[in-house]
Design a protein around this ligand. Structure first.
Ligand code: PLP
Length: 390
């Protein structure tokens, strides 16, 4: 893999610790080549420890490892009782996987825009959206999905306050935010349930996988039940619910266990790159690094992101930078296109304030993973400066 990508600098590429094969070998030696087994159990326990360290009040929290972050969101919605005809509030500024499972359940996404400092769900607009949905439909939305985009924590304290006021459960999409904290607490542990992703480009990978963070063992047991075809306790196969084949394979979980051995290092590297980009861009007019809004926010900086103001850069835009980087074999990416602007969701209600549309027009993700060196970051910023001088 390294050889084909030797010259190109990628946005965020999986990085193996070297310990993964040991856990996979064990699975082969014991013939646990199935979607359950010792690696799955151990991976779940390691995630529970990581997420609750220093927080004894979270000791009841349990993790169900599944085949994808998208599957975890789907299971979360099922456990929250989301059904056909319901509405579910979802952050508009996100990847489509946050919203798609709402539609799998036959429910309708209602999109809520972001605040300018966190880039995540605006709590005031959330409150307005709920008030308006009740006025229009006579019913409360069934769930709220805030997202910690690019690893930056959403303002969960305020979102939880609004959710509690209306008594609506929160499903936290922490797919990009493994290791991010708000006031010292891990993203994914602040809502009723949380979601992680271990896809190839996320903080850690299982080659493909995800997790549902559950408040207790009983909820986790229900999640695993739906993730394994909803088989009832009978000597024959008895089914009283529609089930899914969403469990994580014991081989993939072996990769996950190897990745857990270097998770702290990965997070530290993402953060050190972010700090370097921020420092190097501090005196560059028209290019702003998206940093933590205040000290209680501690993003994992899954991706380092910037916004480009063409009025201050002499017309240079995020997309012209992207095209320049493409020419020199550096992968960058425009920010997520908001869901309320997506053709597939054009019929869905949306509560907007212009923030995510503005960010989509101006923002760019920079190479950020363990494969990106400090030297690379220096080169990338020098390239931006040279584009500005042209
Ligand atoms: C990656 C991602 C997901 C989905 O995770 P998969 O493991 O790819 O299914 C969901 N939400 C967000 C915000 C993501 O970035």
């Amino acid at each position: 893999m390294n050889s084909i990508n030797q010259k190109r600098i990628l946005l965020c590429l999986a990085h193996m610790s070297g310990n993964e094969l040991r856990f996979i070998d064990e699975a082969f030696a014991d013939n646990w080549v199935v979607p359950l087994g010792p690696n799955v159990d151990a991976f779940e326990h390691e995630l529970e420890e990581f997420l609750t360290k220093g927080h004894p009040e979270l000791s009841q929290l349990r993790v169900a490892a599944v085949s994808a972050g998208t599957a975890a969101i789907h299971l979360g919605l099922i456990l929250l009782g989301v059904e056909k005809g319901d509405e579910v509030i979802c952050q508009s500024f996100t990847f489509s996987a946050s919203a798609n499972p709402i539609v799998y359940q036959g429910a309708t996404p209602v999109f809520v825009d972001s605040e300018p400092d966190t880039w995540n769900m605006d709590p005031e607009l959330l409150d307005k959206a709920i008030t308006d949905r009740i006025a229009k439909t006579g019913r409360k939305p069934r769930a709220i999905i805030p997202v910690h985009l690019y690893g930056m924590p959403a303002r969960m304290d305020r979102i939880n306050e609004v959710a509690a006021k209306w008594d609506i459960p929160v499903l936290e999409d922490a797919a990009e935010a493994l290791g991010s904290t708000l006031a010292g607490q891990m993203c994914g542990t602040m809502g009723r349930m949380g979601v992680l992703s271990f896809n190839g480009n996320k903080m850690i990978t299982t080659s493909g996988g995800g997790a549902l963070i559950c408040p207790d063992e009983e909820t986790r047991r229900r999640a695993v039940f739906f993730a394994t075809q909803a088989r009832e306790q009978f000597p024959y196969y008895q089914h009283e619910h529609i089930g899914y084949n969403y469990r994580l394979s014991n081989i993939s979980a072996g990769i996950g266990r190897g990745q857990m051995t270097i998770l702290d290092e990965h997070i530290a590297h993402h953060r050190s790159l972010a700090a370097l980009y921020a420092e190097l861009l501090a005196d560059v007019d028209g290019i702003d690094f998206h940093g933590n809004p205040s000290p209680e926010f501690d993003s994992n900086f899954w991706l380092s992101t910037i916004t480009v103001d063409p009025q201050l850069t002499g017309g240079l835009t995020a997309d012209s930078l992207r095209r320049h980087f493409e020419e020199i074999n550096v992968e960058t990416r425009l920010l997520w296109k908001p869901m309320h602007m997506q053709p597939v969701f054009s019929g869905c209600p949306a509560y907007t304030n212009g923030v995510s549309t503005h960010l989509f027009e101006r923002g760019l993700c920079l190479p950020s993973g363990p494969w990106v060196s400090h030297e690379n970051a220096h080169m990338i910023v020098e390239e931006m400066k040279s584009c500005l001088r042209r």
